[in-house]
Design a protein around this ligand. Structure first.
Ligand SMILES: Nc1ncnc2c1ncn2[C@@H]1O[C@H](COP(=O)(O)OP(=O)(O)OP(=O)(O)O)[C@@H](O)[C@H]1O
Ligand SMILES: [Mg+2]
Length: 257
């Protein structure tokens, strides 16, 4: 029997009734409780909620680093059981690169190590994505010679070069100053315009959620449960009353009980 190919009406990623827990012999911490959502191809889907509501834990589970204690996670209809190159993660921390490798080598290494590409093909693909994030001039630099924002772009280039089914981004800009953060958000939208990749983006900033997302999932405080799912506004409406209205609406839903 042929597997269903994800089309416009079949979700790429299905999160169904997912409860996530950290268990030791002494305690059980429930990070999320029966969370449901679907992400379709080429969406920019945002998980938004207060600190400790389980956003990173959800991303880790989708990455295959943690198994649900209840519910299932499916990518292209297949249950996620372990990490794989079809789901690439970009973290908040700046130190996710190999310090002894150049920018070019960091990106190419991900391709060769995973068997996605080798030799000249890996080099070409790495160069292509390094150029896309505006770092062609720094391809031969080592991470310690780059600013935090530049390192973050390398991590994004590395994730995108793998051409994953979904790019998982956990507060990738949280440690940046406001101006750089804004620039990186715009760059991400530009990259998305070029390649229409699917991105699952975690943030606790309402403004960032509206700016980055096509859809936004609101999670309640610990343990995270779905409060609502909303459509964001088109980029053309950023800075208008529509943005302010949506911000107020989200704020009310998150903080008024
Ligand atoms: N390794 C761990 N062991 C035990 N408990 C953990 C672990 N990691 C996270 N938790 C707990 O799980 C809950 C959810 O944590 P998580 O990091 O997913 O939250 P978050 O929404 O990403 O928060 P933030 O916005 O601060 O990054 C919290 O109560 C946290 O204390
Ligand atoms: Mg987190």
């Amino acid at each position: 029997m042929a597997l269903a190919t994800p089309g416009a009406d079949v979700p790429l990623l299905q999160v169904q009734g997912v409860t996530l827990q950290y268990k030791t012999s002494e305690y059980v911490v429930t990070a999320t409780h029966r969370v449901d959502f679907d992400v379709y191809s080429s969406e920019r889907y945002v998980l938004l909620g207060p600190s400790g509501c389980g956003k990173s834990t959800l991303l880790k589970a989708i990455g295959g680093y943690l198994s649900p204690s209840e519910g299932t996670i499916r990518l292209k209809g297949r249950e996620v059981r372990e990490p794989g190159p079809d789901r690439m993660m970009v973290f908040q921390e700046f130190d996710q690169l190999l310090p002894w490798k150049t920018v070019q080598e960091n990106v190419a290494f991900a391709l060769t190590a995973s068997g996605k590409a080798s030799g000249a093909e890996a080099r070409d693909r790495a160069a292509h994505y390094i150029e896309k994030v505006g770092l062609a001039k720094f391809a031969d630099s080592h991470p310690h010679m780059l600013s935090g924002g530049m390192k973050q772009r390398v991590a994004i280039a590395r994730g995108m070069a793998m051409e994953p089914d979904v790019l998982l981004m956990d507060e990738p800009y949280a440690a940046l100053d406001a101006l750089t953060r804004r620039r990186m958000q715009e760059e991400l939208l530009q990259l998305w315009d070029d390649t229409r990749f699917t991105v699952l983006f975690v943030t606790h900033s309402i403004e960032e959620a509206i700016r980055i997302g096509t859809r936004i999932l609101l999670l309640s405080p610990h343990p995270g449960q779905v409060k609502a799912e909303l459509n964001s506004i088109p980029p053309a409406e950023l800075g208008t009353a529509a943005q302010a209205e949506l911000e107020t609406r989200i704020n009310d839903m998150l903080f008024v009980h």
